[in-house]
Design a protein around this ligand. Structure first.
Ligand SMILES: Nc1ncnc2c1ncn2[C@@H]1O[C@H](COP(=O)(O)OP(=O)(O)OP(=O)(O)O)[C@@H](O)[C@H]1O
Ligand SMILES: [Mg+2]
Length: 395
């Protein structure tokens, strides 16, 4: 008699698969005309607010170990083979020996190049290995929840970036998976509104309305917010195209050429001089050329002229009346330039805006992004380099 148990077919032991929990990467990106500002976080780690110049350059092969360099594919040829593209995003795009593209060249460049700008930002993130999921060292997956701070529709941006299935950064291939639900579009400069709401609560000012005034590269955007619920809601938004730093640069260059017609300065040199200009204790403006000459007086004239005779003038006039009734936060990279900050603030004070209505964050250039962490449910991870402390500059 055969033993039933012995005759039974031997069942091979079931192979157990170890499943790793997905790492979800939350990215917030503000792809501006002059700089891409971005911050990324997982449940355990967060980067500080990082910036890249808004320049892109298509290259023949992928440079290794370069910030913002990556390969990707988003289209196929007639034989259905992927067409691989190599890109360098950021200041190093200038040094590839090829023509690079700036986002100021055309009005729609910011949207058309959005996938390249966003992938450049993702490629330049530190700890990409930690931010991705996978058992293989050189084949990993990034599960990305991408929020944008931009006036373009998040759907349009999402469907453009969704075409990109993978990127290669420094020899590691990352499959890309963009969460459709996680793709949220916030009003441009929303972090500045969150900052204002927080600050008004701290000083116990009950106001239903406040403004943010963002001087960027191309625009000087005045936005009105409702402060009634738990989150500020955007109302009126006027971008005042042409009111940004690019117009100031032009006025400054014109002023310089009338003062010293023999000296020719490159636009990038003039931009550097402007960005590194300073104030002394008496409120005197200083701006130094490469040779060490102080041309602060020329800069002072240029800023005043820019405020009086450019699209910024209209923005300031509107602000001067609105600011009497409601508080306004000054933000955007323009306010990171000390003389601009001082002269605009003086103008607003002279226009009769009470001192306590003018809020200036410690780092106005990145506040629109830095304060977005209030929207994530958990507090920023402990090891985060970003310190969410901002004070009002009342000086
Ligand atoms: N930390 C800084 N110090 C000095 N100048 C700065 C700083 N940050 C930005 N700027 C200047 O402010 C300008 C505008 O910067 P910002 O990042 O607000 O522009 P953007 O968001 O790219 O432009 P837009 O909003 O028009 O698309 C920059 O071109 C630069 O000249
Ligand atoms: Mg901007």
């Amino acid at each position: 008699m055969s033993n039933f148990i012995d005759d039974a077919a031997v069942v091979p032991p079931k192979r157990t698969r170890t499943t790793r929990p997905k790492t979800h990467l939350y990215c917030v990106i503000d792809a501006g005309r002059s700089r891409i500002k971005f911050q990324a976080r997982t449940s355990t780690r967060s980067t500080p607010v990082m910036t890249l110049d808004s320049l892109v350059c298509p290259v023949e092969s992928l440079p290794y170990g370069e910030r913002g360099a990556f390969s990707m594919a988003r289209t196929v040829d007639d034989q259905h083979n992927e067409i691989v593209e190599h890109w360098v995003v950021g200041s190093s795009a200038r040094f590839q020996g090829k023509d690079f593209v700036t986002m100021t060249e055309r009005a729609d460049h910011k949207v058309a190049y959005f996938p390249v700008l966003a992938l450049g930002a993702i490629a330049s993130l530190p700890y990409l290995e930690e931010f991705s999921t996978g058992t293989h060292k050189s084949k990993r997956t990034l599960h990305i929840h991408l929020s944008t701070l931009s006036l373009a529709s998040p759907r349009t941006l999402h469907s453009a970036i969704e075409q990109c299935r993978w990127i290669v950064v420094d020899g590691v291939k990352y499959r890309l998976s963009f969460s459709r639900a996680g793709c949220v579009g916030f009003p441009e400069g929303y972090g500045a509104a969150l900052f204002t709401q927080q600050r008004l609560r701290e000083v116990d000012v009950a106001t239903h309305t406040f403004y943010t005034f963002d001087i960027g590269f191309g625009t000087a955007t005045l936005t009105e917010y409702d402060n009634l619920g738990s989150l500020p809601k955007r109302g009126m938004c006027n971008p005042h195209g042409g009111g940004g730093i690019v117009t100031l640069l032009r006025v400054f260059a014109e002023q310089l050429s009338t003062v010293d017609a023999a000296r020719v300065m490159r636009p990038s040199q003039i931009k550097d001089i402007l960005e590194t200009s300073t104030l002394d204790d008496q409120g005197g403006i200083h701006a130094y050329t490469a040779e060490g000459h102080d041309i602060g007086d020329v800069l002072s004239v240029a800023i005043r002229q820019w405020m009086k005779d450019s699209p910024l003038t209209y923005a300031l006039e509107t602000l001067a009346t609105s600011g009497r009734r409601h508080p306004v936060t000054l933000c955007g990279g323009g306010f990171a330039i000390a003389p601009v900050r001082m002269l605009v603030r003086d103008y607003l004070r002279q226009a009769g805006i009470p001192n306590e209505h003018i809020l200036i964050p410690e780092d106005p250039g990145t506040i629109a992004l830095a304060e977005m962490h209030h929207l994530f449910s958990s507090p920023p991870p402990k090891d985060s380099l970003h310190e969410a402390r901002h004070t009002t500059d009342a000086a």
